[in-house]
Design a binder for this molecule. Structure first.
Ligand SMILES: C[S@@+](CC[C@H](N)C(=O)[O-])C[C@H]1O[C@@H](n2cnc3c(N)ncnc32)[C@H](O)[C@@H]1O
Ligand SMILES: [Zn+2]
Length: 269
């Protein structure tokens, strides 16, 4: 399954890590994940989400506020019955672990470019294959995956297509235009409309949209911690002024959670 991020040859297990025939070696961390991100593929010293963002997301998600989103995601994943699956941009692993639970017999992989994220994620489901890697050069073989998950993350569509076996698909979860509307109204004078179909224009030839559905519910943000963490884990948190952020944290309010799921399949032939 795993391929060398430098020369693409297959990786095999060696002492304390993996290596390819050209002897590119990658260590397994004490926590169990593999670091398959060569320094030359890093655009910065610490790419991806930093520790503060990862911690905020972990606290918020562990608070159960988005539990219905994860439950439906896992249910959808189970319905597609993949043998091998990969979560691309897994973050601190909240959704990944629930997909894994719904697919107990499948071989699961998860990657993120953020070390801080993967370090925490691998504790949630130690039996999965956790990778620090870039979604632009995924160290897995062509056509190796029956299901790819992409949850609130950017995506390299050509890589996704390369990784999918014919008939396999990408399960994407992302916001609709109503997502967190009340929060956005508090943060901005003018709420920017958001085209929640835009990603569909990026579907490459050889893949097609096979299913879409939405899920929405009101969420009461009744603790200052939940409000601060939600701000810290969304782009809205760092775009808005300090004054507006403080106002959001100050009092309880209800926010709309509104999500869409898309299943985008690799053509069968
Ligand atoms: C908004 S977070 C979503 C995390 C997780 N899926 C969740 O919903 O909790 C986006 C994630 O994408 C990761 N990311 C950004 N660019 C990446 C890249 N080029 N390769 C892999 N991961 C990347 C970030 O580190 C971050 O963890
Ligand atoms: Zn190699």
């Amino acid at each position: 399954m795993l391929s060398c991020p430098i020369c693409q040859a297959p990786l095999t297990a060696v002492d304390n890590g993996v290596a390819c025939p050209a002897n590119h070696r990658f260590d397994r961390a004490r926590q169990g994940y593999l670091n398959l991100l060569p320094v030359q593929h890093k655009n910065s010293r610490d790419p991806g989400d930093n520790a503060a963002m990862v911690e905020a997301r972990r606290r918020f998600l562990d608070g159960g506020h988005y539990a219905p989103l994860a439950a439906r995601l896992a249910e959808l994943a189970a319905g597609y019955k993949p043998q091998h699956w990969l979560d691309i941009g897994c973050g601190e692993g909240y959704y990944t672990a629930q997909i894994a639970e719904a697919l107990p017999d499948a071989d699961g992989y998860a990657l993120d470019i953020s070390r801080e994220a993967v370090k925490r994620a691998c504790k949630r489901a130690p039996h999965l294959n956790w990778l620090i890697a870039s979604m632009a050069r995924v160290p897995l073989a062509d056509a190796s995956c029956g299901l790819l998950a992409s949850v609130f993350s950017p995506l390299d569509w050509q890589e996704a297509k390369r990784l999918l076996a014919p008939g396999g698909g990408l399960l994407r979860m992302g916001p609709t235009r109503d997502h967190l509307m009340e929060l956005r109204q508090k943060l901005y004078d003018e709420v920017r409309d958001y085209d929640d179909q835009k990603h569909l224009e990026l579907i490459p030839a050889g893949m097609h949209l096979a299913h879409s559905e939405t899920l929405s519910f009101p969420l009461l943000l009744d603790t200052p911690e939940a409000r601060a963490d939600l701000l810290a884990m969304t782009p809205h948190g760092w775009r808005a002024s300090a004054e507006r952020r403080a106002a959001v944290i100050a009092e309880s309010f209800e926010v709309t959670v509104a999500i869409r799921y898309d299943w985008i399949e690799r053509d069968a032939s």
